[in-house]
Design a protein around this ligand. Structure first.
Ligand code: HEC
Ligand code: HEC
Ligand code: HEC
Ligand code: HEC
Length: 340
């Protein structure tokens, strides 16, 4: 009797464990590993066929839009209020209009940005924001080839059919704080949506992806003299690094030989691309996205009154190359023109 009860207990425990493995969202086999560093460095990226399938589904492409001729009537001559797409033919201009509708406001249509009684009217904030977005997209494709290469970006890279991209961030006001001389702790010890770790600061983005805070925190000599990096900037660095890894769906060894994180000669070429990415995101936030706070309505602003801003995830959305490396921009010379 006792034996039967014990046996039953073991069976129940095994069944519960199996049920937990398959329901808890853990990766289950087959696990596929691919080495991306020299042998023996343990630089390897790990994935599973089901994770790959999920990524593929999340990166479904929009319907292609027929190409337009660059010759013929000029958009500036046909329309009244064209300020950015001044180099396009009217056909190309119309192609851009129908594409951006599909990419940014597929449900709402032209009226999302236009007073349809008068298309030249600039009264809707969405049109003003979209004009700045056209400039930003051209700027990325023309001046940030060090990061986006020939692959480039279009509105869909960030928007994916939504007026506001899924991955944006705001300045973080932090948790309620007693004030006075009591210590603040950057939100440590609270659940963390940026990097999933309660031991790291909540907000690595404002200091490192908007302002040019320091990301170089490791000592370069065995017994460092003088004052090194502060504990705060070290914590912010690690918080950002975890956010970067999540945004790209990779682990630290995609860019670093973890024997020594700071060493560039032992890092992968991807780390250099990432370095350019950091400079690019700072500039986009600083020159294009945050200034839109003057244009956007209050319900679009964060708790501290700032505009939604970009991080690596805004374009990457869990993939090492946005849209798994597919270039939509190569079919859109209209969005690669001068950035003005
Ligand atoms: C996401 C915002 C957005 C959507 C959606 C949109 N447009 Fe536009 N539209 C703009 C912007 C921005 C301009 C100004 C471009 C410039 O200054 O170079 C513009 C300008 C125009 C103009 C020129 C008007 C003039 O006389 O100056 C026409 C025509 C136009 N759009 C048609 C359309 C049509 C048709 C649709 C729907 C298929 C559409 N647009 C959807 C943002 C949008
Ligand atoms: C690098 C990513 C990125 C790209 C590329 C991009 N956007 Fe945006 N867009 C954003 C972010 C982030 C916001 C929200 C922040 C803001 O409005 O300042 C936004 C906001 C907007 C809004 C305001 C929507 C609303 O309801 O408040 C419009 C309209 C828009 N984008 C149109 C476009 C168009 C058109 C293109 C392509 C020409 C484009 N975007 C390309 C990141 C991007
Ligand atoms: C996509 C590439 C990429 C990934 C993935 C990545 N990093 Fe980094 N990391 C960088 C870049 C680029 C820098 C240098 C930034 C600079 O110098 O401005 C850096 C800097 C660092 C530094 C500071 C080095 C120094 O010079 O003091 C540390 C520490 C670090 N990363 C740790 C990590 C950890 C831990 C992970 C995984 C959780 C990680 N990184 C994932 C690209 C990456
Ligand atoms: C405006 C959109 C955009 C943003 C924002 C962005 N990236 Fe990228 N990134 C791209 C594109 C497009 C590519 C593909 C370039 C190519 O095909 O070589 C890319 C490629 C990369 C690669 C090379 C991947 C590979 O497999 O070779 C790394 C690493 C990378 N990005 C890191 C980052 C980091 C880190 C950030 C944030 C600091 C960031 N990116 C922000 C658009 C973006």
């Amino acid at each position: 009797m006792k034996l039967a009860a014990t046996f039953l207990g073991v069976v129940v425990a095994v069944l519960l464990t199996i049920a937990m493995i398959f329901t808890a969202g853990w990766s289950h086999p087959p696990i596929v590993g691919q080495q991306n560093g020299y042998r023996g460095t343990a630089m390897v990226q790990i994935t599973t066929p089901s994770a790959e399938a999920r990524l593929k589904a999340a990166n479904a492409l929009p319907d292609p839009v027929e190409k337009a001729s660059a010759s013929g009537d000029r958009a500036v001559d046909v329309y009244k209020n064209v300020q950015v797409l001044t180099d396009l033919s009217a056909d190309q201009f119309n192609r851009v209009m129908s594409s951006i509708t599909q990419w940014v406001a597929p449900q709402q249509g032209c009226a999302y940005c236009h007073n349809v009684e008068n298309m030249a009217d600039d009264s809707l904030y969405t049109k003003k924001a979209a004009r700045r977005m056209l400039q930003m997209t051209r700027h990325i494709n023309t001046d940030w080839k060090a990061h986006v290469a020939e692959t480039g970006v279009v509105c869909f890279t960030c928007h994916r059919g939504n007026p506001v991209p899924a991955f944006v961030w705001y300045d973080n006001p932090g948790f309620p704080h007693a004030g006075g001389f009591t210590a603040t702790n950057d939100g440590m010890g609270h659940p963390n949506s940026v990097n999933g770790s309660t031991g790291l600061p909540q907000d690595p983005f404002a200091p490192l992806l908007e302002e040019a805070g320091t990301i170089r925190v490791q000592a370069t000599e065995a017994l460092p003299k003088g004052t090194g990096a502060s504990i705060q900037s070290t914590e912010q660095t690690y918080s950002l690094m975890i956010a970067i890894s999540n945004a790209l769906g990779v682990n630290c060894t995609f860019c670093h030989n973890t024997r020594e994180f700071g060493q560039w000669p032992e890092s992968t070429p991807e780390r250099v691309i990432a370095w350019h990415g950091i400079q690019m995101v700072r500039e986009l936030n600083d020159k294009y996205l945050d200034p839109l706070k003057d244009v956007l309505p209050a319900n679009r602003l964060g708790p501290l009154g700032d505009a939604p801003k970009a991080s690596c995830a805004t374009c990457h959305q869990g993939a090492a190359k946005p849209l798994l490396g597919v270039s939509l921009a190569k079919d859109f010379p209209e969005l690669g023109g001068s950035s003005q």
